[in-house]
Design a protein around this ligand. Structure first.
Ligand code: DGT
Ligand code: CA
Ligand code: CA
Ligand code: ZN
Length: 584
């Protein structure tokens, strides 16, 4: 380990936070001051110490005797017991939270005391649910800055969650599309395949122009606009056919301008996946053709390439939707006219998982209903948490009965024949697979969802049995977020998915595709297994805020990547037909 000034400063800063959280007076300021002082001096602390001992450390302005001793210990041993103990004592990951721009000791303490936030992932969820803006001394601007900083941190470490970054991508796409020089534009790559996470954004453009010279001039203008967008942090390349930038939020974006006659070929190439491309190229070669990003060629003649459709056709394949292009069997299906007709992005009629302000959601039942109607949905199910989740204010039997009555009243008040609010629950599955609420009350619900929120680490056998036992309850219609994984944060619980799917089939329990961008649970290959076994699925937003219903799109994308058809998803049906598929 390197004991740099920076490293020592970081430890001192973290100690300041720990002390603040313990409500120790004065000391946090002293540690903060020392942290700044240590980071500021130009001499290496180790050199200072070697030459002048602990006295030299104490002489640094802002470092007192007790902190000098701590620094000495770090220099001598590489560790600080005092720090290690504090770290062990609090459940908060101070180190990662400190890396978020604008978060200091007071704010980290507040986030923990008011919202129980212990790490950056929880911070992000809270910020996305707009819970941070209401804290004292925070506000909307701070919340926005937290999100920006989080995106930036992620970009240095890994991949962006598609659903969260999509609005930014769409903004760039639409800004470019408004230019008169842009004739066609598509966001290709993993974004077009709707992967859960994306590495970067690959945009393809055809420029307007009657002649090659005027098209070239148009391309130049598009590129100038692109690299000068206000959201750009750094220009990595600026050419006439290819430019690349890094946005202020850390996202890398490439733009390529291609000739119109190659647009389909370029789209196909840059949509990928790489392994799908390689497989296509092999098919082309076997037929005596050559396929690349410029077109499909026979000798020197281009025989296809303006559209993707004609390329697939010339290769003897049915058109393959981008969400399926992973070389996992889709090419075989396309060859044999056996591709599934995937669920469409407008096919959902209802949303079966919504949390309201009766528990940890932010909006009222009525607000959800109004937004759902605007979105063109025909029904929603209100599924608040149950009493064991005390943190969320989970409902007990009495409150749930009250909510059912309230839903009835709102439906009456709306008097809308084309829209219905259904009663439901996200009933908690207890450790042994029994449920948090009495059957007698569950039997009164229109739709009963059940989910695990505790004991994530049970052995595989026990966890599997637990879920199966919940499915065997005659009132449980759906298992919500069946594997519990949270992308970039928490792995799935250990379960035997094949056993679960078998039990779902036997008990007629529906499995959920939770559309929340960092859940997308079930994941694509599990969706595929359900489809193959004839187990029905539901796509739900898991909204805690009305705008979260927009996430349904990413649940649909996930279903498509799992090869699901409209028929596989129960909430593509009318409310009557959907209810008929449930157990009761
Ligand atoms: P990402 O950005 O990591 O989320 O994933 P992609 O799929 O967007 O990959 P990216 O951005 O590296 O490249 C965009 C597409 O370009 C990719 O999906 C397929 C194509 N491509 C990239 N490298 C290769 C390659 O080495 N061979 C072939 N055949 N295609 C490639
Ligand atoms: Ca990409
Ligand atoms: Ca790329
Ligand atoms: Zn919740």
């Amino acid at each position: 380990m390197t004991v740099s000034n920076e490293h020592i400063s970081k430890i001192l800063r973290e100690i300041a936070v720990y002390l603040e959280m313990q409500n120790v007076p004065f000391k946090p300021r002293a540690y903060e001051k020392a942290a700044v002082a240590v980071a500021d001096i130009s001499d290496d602390l180790r050199d200072l110490y070697e030459k002048g001992g602990i006295k030299a450390i104490e002489e640094i302005e802002g470092v007192g005797a007790s902190i000098a001793e701590k620094i000495e210990e770090i220099i001598k041993t590489g560790h600080l017991k005092y720090y290690e103990q504090m770290k062990k004592k609090t459940p908060v990951d101070v180190s990662s939270l400190m890396s978020v721009e604008g978060l200091g000791p007071k704010k980290i303490k507040k986030l923990y005391s008011d919202l129980k936030i212990t790490n950056v992932e929880e911070l992000e969820r809270a910020a996305r649910s707009r819970k941070i803006r209401n804290l004292e001394n925070f506000g909307e601007k701070t919340e926005e800055n937290i999100l920006k900083s989080l995106e930036f941190l992620r970009s240095s470490g890994g991949r962006f969650i598609l659903g969260y970054i999509m609005p930014d991508i769409r903004k760039i796409e639409s800004d470019l599309n408004k230019l008169k020089e842009v004739k066609k534009i598509t966001v290709a790559g993993s974004v077009r395949r709707r992967k859960e996470t994306i590495g970067d954004v690959d945009i393809l453009i055809v420029a307007n122009g009657r002649s090659p010279a005027s098209a070239k001039a148009s391309a130049g203008k598009v590129m100038d606009f692109f690299v000068n967008m206000p959201s750009v942090a750094r220009i990595a390349a600026h050419g006439n056919t290819k430019s690349a930038i890094k946005l202020k939020n850390g996202l890398d974006v490439d733009v390529r301008v291609v000739p119109e006659e190659s647009y389909g070929a370029a789209l196909n190439y840059f949509t990928g996946s790489k392994y799908h491309n390689i497989a296509l190229r092999e098919i082309a070669m076997k037929k005596g053709f050559k396929l690349n990003e410029y077109g499909l060629f026979k000798g020197k003649n281009q025989i296809a390439g303006k559209t993707e459709e004609e390329i697939y056709k010339k290769l003897g394949l049915d058109y393959i939707e981008p969400e399926m292009r992973e070389n996992e069997g889709e090419i075989e299906l396309a060859k044999n006219n056996k591709l599934p007709k995937l669920i469409g992005y407008n096919d959902l009629q209802g949303d079966l998982q919504i949390q309201t302000n009766w528990t940890d959601g932010s909006n009222t039942i009525e607000e959800y209903a109004r937004v759902a109607i605007k979105k063109g949905l025909k029904y929603i199910v209100i599924t608040d948490h149950t009493k064991r989740l005390a943190m969320t204010g989970g409902l007990d039997e009495k409150m749930l009965l009250k909510q059912i009555a309230e839903i009835g009243k709102i439906n009456d008040k709306f008097g809308n024949k084309n829209f219905k609010i259904l009663s439901g629950s996200e009933v908690d599955i207890l450790k042994d697979g029994t449920l948090d609420l009495k059957d007698e009350v569950l039997s009164k619900l229109d739709v009963c969802g059940a989910a695990i929120h505790s004991y994530f680490n049970l052995p595989k056998k026990e966890q599997t049995k637990r879920i199966i036992r919940a499915m065997e309850n005659p009132h449980v219609d759906i298992i919500f977020h069946p594997t519990g994984r949270i992308i970039n944060r928490r792995p799935a619980y250990e379960i035997d998915i094949d056993e679960i799917i078998k039990a779902a089939k036997r008990t007629k329990t529906v499995l959920e595709i939770d559309a929340f961008p960092d859940r997308l649970d079930l994941k694509d290959d599990y969706v595929r297994k359900c489809v193959a076994s004839g187990v029905k699925l539901a796509i739900d937003s898991d909204a805690h805020l009305v705008s979260h219903m927009d996430f349904l799109e990413f649940g649909i994308a996930q279903a498509r990547r799992g090869w699901a058809a409209k028929n596989d998803i129960i909430n593509t049906r009318s409310v009557e037909a959907m209810l008929k598929l449930l157990k009761k």
